[in-house]
Design a protein around this ligand. Sequence first.
Ligand SMILES: Cc1ncc(COP(=O)(O)O)c(C=O)c1O
Ligand SMILES: N[C@@H](CCOP(=O)(O)O)C(=O)O
Length: 524
Amino acid sequence: MASSCLSFNASVSPNHDLFRRHPSSPLLRHRPVLVSCTSSADGNTTTPIETVVKPRRTENTIRDDARLQRSTAANPFSARYVPFNAPPGSSEHYSLDEIVYRSRSGGLLDVEHDMEALKRFDGAYWRDLFDSRVGKSTWPYGSGVWSKKEWVLPEIDDDDIVSAFEGNSNLFWAERFGKKFLGMNDLWVKHCGISHTGSFKDLGMTVLVSQVNRLRKMKRPVVGVGCASTGDTSAALSAYCASAGIPSIVFLPANKISMAQLVQPIANGAFVLSIDTDFDGCMKLIREITAELPIYLANSLNSLRLEGQKTAAIEILQQFDWQVPDWVIVPGGNLGNIYAFYKGFKMCQELGLVDRIPRMVCAQAANANPLYLHYKSGWKDFKPMTASTTFASAIQIGDPVSIDRAVYALKKCDGIVEEATEEELMDAMAQADSTGMFICPHTGVALTALFKLRNRGVIAPTDRTVVVSTAHGLKFTQSKIDYHSKAIPDMACRFSNPPVEVKADFGAVMDVLKSYLGSQTLRS
Ligand SMILES: Cc1ncc(COP(=O)(O)O)c(C=O)c1O
Ligand SMILES: N[C@@H](CCOP(=O)(O)O)C(=O)O
């Protein structure tokens, strides 16, 4: 039975930042106080632990502060690798300190948490704990990922964590876009791209690079960390590695990523290989290379990444004050993220923070749509494909490594797969931008899925719907320039807004302004 750790006048917790404030703090005087608990040997009862909150020394860094306040009590939480969707009775498992990406049978792995240990604390405990850490600068909980550390990498030492205080991204109420284009009143955009390196990959990379940092301190054979990338994984990997002083190696498909993405690993000092193939070709190569050389694999084939990415789902629930949205729409490429979202929602349900999970939609570009075709075939045979060029270049992937994870997640949440043509995704991006957003083409793919599901009446006007925006629009300005200058062959660019060229002359400027203002008056 889970025991609530809420009590009044309780002693302070050694484990949790909430209690790093002095207990007489006015903030704590009139509210229930979380206490940290140790478990009894039988695992059924929990006991509060007392700790002394030591005063901060001015020469301390936030890491020193965290070290000072650290608990001496044994950490009751743990996690390990198991085969993904293992058959009942399977005993195969690996320590997270092992370097392993595949199960014995060659299948995917998953990080399995000791759910019984986590269940000794009830949903209210976890909600309050996570809420108490938001908006603080306490190491490492100032990060939206590490504020959920017990559910992510419970055993890592805070000192080994490499974090840019990622996560805690804004959940934007898309009021005007929802009303104007969809007749919706409860549409939200989770801006995962407003982040350290401009995409949701930071959430997973902080976890992976932290674990690598730990492995290197343990003298495990990891000389560098490598990935194949369509531009966002490489940016995140190189930034987190640079911050920890770890060499990073990135395999990029030549001429297939944006200039802004290409310059990120270059600036962060990564060893950048521009390879004359597509992403799937790069992925195949990095898998072969990491099997031969002491280079740790950083793509989402490595299930550690998904532990960080799943916190975006927990964050959405938290931002809605633990109310569950009806729909969450995620653009999909290599297909790790859709499973990460499912896992985050599912853990919240299993641990009693919420009572249900949302339905999810995975949105793909029609030019790179192997999951969509698989879904349309009634989940019959999965056929990898050669993906064609798409403005949503970060999801130009034809042979996604996490196909099994994605299918599992979508089946479990009664999910849907949709696709977007180039014209649809570019129009949707322009429409969103015209209401004050500045989204990436991948988010345009997700918005197209929303348009289609609204038009078919699958998503109702009042359904609370979250569209996950996966990268910052500033990484993809060339696609916006092409669209607004109507420079795309066979595309009407219906929502383009090209600049008006005018002579440096008062009369000429007056003329164009009068005509513009007239058109505005007529429209309103
Ligand atoms: C901006 C962006 N959106 C969406 C995705 C798709 O995520 P996933 O590969 O986890 O499906 C990626 C990467 O693949 C991406 O970089
Ligand atoms: N969009 C990704 C593609 C690789 O995905 P990953 O999640 O497996 O690393 C990128 O930016 O490289």
